[in-house]
Design a protein. Structure first.
Lengths: 298, 374
């Protein structure tokens, strides 16, 4: 039986190798049950706080501290959300955050992939030096950079502008290294062939390299977007004007030293989570991997 | 054969070209001319510098020394795309995210001057695909093709450029034997049709012998011999070529010429060609081409020895024969000849079977059996 199965698999060769990830030895029943238990506990630990936030956001502050807590608020209270948009520039914050995160992500992917291409594939004097310098700068903690960055941005007169939020994150070299590692994996002969066929360096980057590293870039982009969406310290320092502020800072401002409106705060957090979830769902389709198979002889 | 000066009918001319990476000399200076329409094969073992030669002609590697001319023009400082050469890469280098159609059309879509109209590109793509029988597969991705089909896509992508010179780097390696033979034929058909100078790299001597107008044999960065397949076989320039070409491998024996200028090989004496006498006392290497030696029942046989090992190769089988004094030869035996290890065998040598090389391995002359001594 098993032997027949194996030959079946071998016959389908090329196809089978693609969903190799799925194949694996069938496991015993107790092992499966145990893994479900562990997964369930993990999911519960991850979800309970979030569900508590959801529940809190639909409650009036007065009914918050009833014990035992009622998980399903009744009646459902929409006041927190109304207040979010009526008493605070929540829509503006959302726009700011999406705009800044989007701009940072787009620019970063562009710069990182171009710099990654140069570092991975082009011969130029000082290439190793540049790479080393970039690598060193990764090691500098962000907290050490914040004060100097503040002075630079103030000197440039960019405080309180979108530029203050967009420009500094672009200088983070981590993405360059990721892009470089994607591009190093592309066989040199592919570019050599394109070069021989008349493609310029930029065309090679655009038409050959970019499409091939797209799955990697999607991951990098998602990563950058999330990081940017939740960034807190730098916007807190660089922007004072509430209308220019981003969600993370705006929401944290909803609580003050004297007043803790947990309902409002929870509503803010929940509402802030919605756009990024939507973005994630939209981008998910792009995670489909188009691998290099077919480029070379096996 | 010394270097000719570049002529009009020479498609590619390499003059004293050499390549080194830092201190490592990968190719020693060499000359090579490829005529218009000629099919030249670069043959040599792995790592001998075959791909490097192609890449230098294509402009993907700089030359360390010497000049490269394509179609009469010095191209040392010309960009790869302006050199009018097309290359089929050792590993195809197809663009995996593009359809077969887009892969083949790629060189034309890159063309700036003149910028080609879409209709023209499409028409030429279809023509190129037709030459290599790929028309039904135009809309597939490379991953959905077999090895042989991928190879043909790479070929079509070179053909579509209508270059002055084709460079092909082991295009048939990694294909199974049957497909390989097929592709060999269709490559030659394509070559006969478009008649462009082609430099073809392989480490397979059969491919080289069957396809080439001329073969360039390389070893360890040095050209060993340039010649027609027949010449390499009948007059190998040195022991490397003698052993690399021909199957089974030619056995070699180090011997010394006697003071009277006669070379003793087992119990026979060998003489060199009349015009190249063997120097008395010289150390030489003698090689006997297995396919030119055969078992015989005639009493006038050249050699007599004891049969050792026997290898069947389909129609022929080869027999190792021990001639005594530590000398042995490999000879062709009829497949149905009844010979067992230990039997006494008589061996006849065709003319051109025996080659004599000097101490450095360069060929001195052919030799013939003078007489049996005892
Ligand atoms: N970038 C490089 N730096 C140093 N040495 C190199 C470099 N590229 C190639 N070589 C060396 O040059 C020699 C020739 O390489 P080449 O690729 O031309 O061999 P080849 O004859 O095509 O071999 P194969 O049949 O395996 O393809 C090899 O010994 C290789 O190690
Ligand atoms: Mg090679």
């Amino acid at each position: 039986m098993t032997a027949m199965h194996t030959t079946e698999h071998k016959k389908r060769g090329a196809v089978a190798s693609k969903d190799r990830a799925r194949s694996g030895l069938p496991r015993s029943r107790p092992a499966i049950s145990l893994s479900y238990v562990i997964l369930f506990v993990g999911v519960a630990i991850a979800l309970v706080p979030f569900l508590y936030v959801v529940s809190t956001s639909f409650k009036e502050s007065t009914s918050l501290f009833s014990y035992p807590p009622d998980w399903i608020p009744s009646p459902i209270f929409w006041g927190n959300f109304e207040s979010l948009f009526a008493d605070h520039p929540f829509a503006q914050w959302t726009f700011n955050t999406l705009f800044v995160s989007g701009a940072v992500t787009a620019l970063k992917l562009w710069f990182d992939s171009m710099a990654g291409y140069a570092l991975a594939k082009m011969e130029f004097a000082g290439r190793r030096g540049v790479a080393l310098l970039l690598l060193l700068s990764v090691a500098i903690p962000i907290s050490a950079l914040i004060i100097p960055m503040f002075f630079v941005v103030r000197y440039l007169g960019l405080l309180n502008t979108y530029w203050a939020l967009i420009l500094p994150p672009l200088a983070n070299p981590l993405g360059i290294f990721m892009a470089r590692s994607f591009i190093v994996g592309i066989p040199d002969d592919l570019e050599a062939s394109a070069r021989l066929d008349g493609a310029s360096e930029f065309t090679i980057y655009r038409k050959i390299v970019l499409p091939l590293i797209r799955p990697g870039l999607v991951v990098l982009g998602m990563f950058t977007f999330m990081l940017q969406y939740t960034s807190f310290i730098w916007p807190l320092i660089a922007v004072q004007d509430s209308d220019r502020q981003v969600l993370a800072v705006g929401i944290s401002g909803l609580q003050s030293a004297f007043l803790q409106d947990w309902g409002l705060l929870s509503a803010g957090m929940l509402a802030a989570a919605i756009p990024i979830t939507v973005v994630f769902l939209l981008v998910q389709r792009a995670f489909v991997f188009n691998d290099l198979s077919g480029a070379l002889k096996e | 054969m010394s270097a000719m000066s570049p002529r009009a009918d020479v498609a590619v001319s390499l003059i004293q070209v050499a390549k080194s990476y830092g201190d490592v000399e990968v190719l020693q200076p060499f000359d090579l001319q490829v005529a218009e329409g000629e099919f030249v094969v670069l043959l040599g073992p792995s790592g001998c510098g075959k791909s490097t030669i192609l890449k230098m002609i294509a402009g993907l590697e700089e030359v360390s020394h010497g000049e490269i001319h394509v179609a009469g023009e010095l191209v040392n400082y010309v960009r790869p795309r302006d050199r009018d050469v097309a290359m089929v890469f050792q590993n195809y280098a197809l663009y995996p995210h593009m359809s077969v159609r887009d892969n083949i059309a790629f060189p034309l879509t890159m063309s700036r001057r003149p910028r080609l109209k879409r209709g023209v590109i499409e028409a030429r793509t279809v023509t190129a695909a037709d030459i290599v029988d790929l028309t039904p597969y135009l809309d597939r991705k490379p991953a959905q093709l077999s090895g042989g089909q991928r190879q043909r896509v790479a070929l079509a992508r070179a053909i579509i450029r209508q270059p002055a010179v084709f460079l092909m780097d082991e295009p048939l390696s990694n294909l199974d034997a049957l497909l390989r033979a097929d592709m060999r034929t269709s490559l030659l058909e394509v070559h006969a049709r478009i008649k462009k100078a082609t430099l073809y790299v392989t480490h397979d001597q059969i491919e080289a012998m069957t396809m080439a107008d001329r073969v360039v044999v390389l070893n360890a960065g040095r050209i060993q011999q340039i010649g027609r397949p027949r010449d390499l076989y009948t007059a190998p320039a040195n022991t490397f070529v003698a052993q690399f070409i021909g199957s089974p491998r030619m056995p070699l024996h180090d011997l010394e010429v006697r003071d009277d200028g006669i070379l003793h090989f087992a119990d026979v004496t060998l003489t060199g060609d009349a015009d190249v006498p063997l120097a008395p006392g010289a150390s030489v290497t003698v090689g006997l081409r297995p396919s030119a030696l055969r078992t015989t029942s005639s009493a006038s046989a050249c050699f007599v020895g004891e049969a050792k090992r026997r290898d069947y190769l389909g129609s022929d089988s080869y027999l190792e024969v021990d001639l005594g004094e530590g000398l042995s030869v490999v000879v062709r035996a009829e497949a149905d000849a009844e010979v067992r290890p230990g039997d006494t065998v008589r061996v006849d040598a065709d003319p051109g079977a025996i080659h004599v090389f000097d101490e450095a391995g360069a060929r001195i002359c052919g030799a013939s059996v003078c007489r049996r001594e005892r």
